[in-house]
Write a protein that binds this ligand. Structure first.
Ligand code: AMP
Length: 481
């Protein structure tokens, strides 16, 4: 439930609406949960592409004044939490360049696995990189392409990439969506009147009143331009590897992801969890917000009543300063407060979506006990997280993942629960359509569907960090054009 891990990113694009940038702005509100570090919008009017981006929340960045320059019927937008590259304004997206093929802006969700390799090759050939984000390699490939059209140059560029990428791109007169052939990250296509819309999640389509049409297909390049909507499939056919963690944690429960309702999957996870790890108890309590859907399923299946025994303060925001080291667990307390009348004297089943380092759960279990709970049974609606993600989810290195380094009994002791239970991998896969054959489960299995350079950066992330420093946010939004 907490933001100590870095989220991925949200991408949005719209072609053919007089208020394109404003709709992108609204869409980004619905994608804020996918990244809270920076946000940006680029718009085009047939002649020029303009850009506004800044560190911070969508709400902090955009207002009448910052949206004003973003004219034209085409726009793309991005919310970011870096999974590759430092946290700084130059790494915020969209990234906009001008080259022989004209201006192009890009938004990316995912992680390009061969980014370092491509970057090294390009740098040796004379490329000068402006950012240390993996996304910039696409623009260099594009700018260097000798192809005769924007479309051919783009296809030539994206087909050199491996890994996870859902892109929204903008040129002076088109919006282009690209999804990697494995379909790691979601990307939905919608329609609003005559306008085409793409979004990481369908909840953004709902917000702007667009109708969901279909997903941008894995391996598809979709071009919305003066000639209408055109689809190209330039990638060799590959096995699907949808990220199962989108269903477990990332996506919003009101979204349809990979053709299935996230809420429905999460509730299923809770039902199966109850069947697999049932325990005698008086009350099921979700850790909000991440544990809520699974707790509903758990309660339905176990017939143990669901109660909101922990209340979340939704107004804490990103930065929170602990006033004194002596005030223990203040960070958890400011975000969550236990409801004593629900917990006191009760045998509590506490439900969360995942356990990563175990530190949050440990504090919450303690808090629940301090409220007088007679027993605390921790239940996790996914299998133990044992391997870092290389496809766009920022997970800590393997040695920091409690599921990788400790036995179940050691984890139980660490979090100080009476019992602990995880969902099995089979239980997880049985909760999604198609029995999970099309999913990437590398965080639970250590089996990676797309090879990555193992020795890179201490086997953590495909980060292009130069010195590991995280720069302070710059104050003024960056406006280009
Ligand atoms: P921990 O205390 O390290 O075990 O953290 C577990 C909490 O982090 C759970 O409440 C999860 O919902 C949340 N969580 C798990 N993975 C991520 C992620 N990649 N980004 C943000 N939060 C996460």
């Amino acid at each position: 439930m907490f933001d100590k891990f870095r989220d991925e990113c949200g991408v949005f694009g719209i072609y053919g609406h007089p208020e394109a940038a404003k709709l992108a702005y609204l869409g980004l509100y619905a994608l804020q949960h996918r990244g809270q570090e920076s946000a940006g919008i680029a718009s085009a009017d047939g002649e020029r592409v303009r850009l506004v981006r800044q560190m911070g929340y969508v709400n902090d960045i955009f207002n009448e004044a910052t949206l004003a320059p973003l004219s034209g019927p085409i726009a793309i937008g991005h919310t970011r939490y870096s999974t590759a590259g430092e946290s700084r304004l130059s790494n915020a997206q969209p990234i906009l360049i001008d080259c022989v093929h004209g201006q192009v802006g890009i938004c990316h969700n995912g992680n390009i696995v061969n980014a370092n390799e491509v970057r090294d090759r390009l740098v040796r050939a004379g490329s000068i990189f402006q950012t240390n984000s993996d996304t910039e390699v696409v623009l260099h490939l594009y700018a260097r392409s000798q192809a005769g059209s924007v479309e051919d140059a783009l296809v030539e560029s994206v087909t050199q990439l491996t890994g996870a990428f859902s892109f929204a791109l903008i040129t002076k007169d088109s919006m282009i969506a690209v999804r990697d052939p494995h379909g790691f990250r979601p990307l939905a296509l919608g329609k609003l009147d005559e306008a085409w819309v793409v979004s990481s999640e369908t909840c953004a389509l709902d917000l702007i009143g667009a109708t969901y049409v279909r997903d941008v297909e894995p391996g598809e390049v979709l071009i919305a331009g003066p000639d209408g909507l055109r689809s190209i499939k330039p990638f060799p056919k590959s096995a699907l590897s949808h990220c199962i963690f989108e269903h477990v944690y990332f996506a919003r429960p009101d979204s349809e992801v990979f053709g299935q309702s996230v809420n429905e999957v999460r509730t299923n996870l809770g039902r199966v969890l109850a069947r697999e790890t049932g325990v005698d108890a008086d009350v099921v309590v979700p850790i909000p917000d991440s544990g809520v859907c699974a707790a509903i399923g758990y309660s339905e299946e176990s017939k143990i009543p669901l109660r909101m025994g922990l209340i979340r303060n939704h107004y804490v925001g990103r930065t929170f300063i602990e006033p004194a080291q002596s005030i223990r667990h203040f960070g958890v307390k400011v975000k969550l407060n236990p409801v004593k009348s629900i917990l006191a004297g009760k045998r509590v089943v506490l439900i969360d979506d995942s356990l990563v380092r175990g530190t949050t759960s440990r504090k919450i279990v303690k808090m629940v006990r301090a409220s007088g709970a007679a027993e605390v049974h921790l239940r996790i609606s996914c299998p133990p997280t044992i391997s870092p993600c290389f496809y766009g989810v920022d997970t800590p290195r393997r040695q920091e993942l409690i599921g990788a380094t400790h036995t179940l009994e050691e984890i139980r002791k660490y979090v100080a629960a009476d019992t602990i239970g995880y969902l099995s991998l089979g239980g997880l896969l049985s909760s999604v359509k198609g029995q999970g054959a099309s999913y990437c489960t590398s965080c639970y299995t250590g089996q990676y569907p797309v090879a990555f350079p193992r020795d890179h950066n201490g086997y953590l992330q495909l980060s292009l960090k130069i010195d590991g420093r995280r720069e302070l946010p710059e104050q003024e939004p960056e406006t280009v054009g």
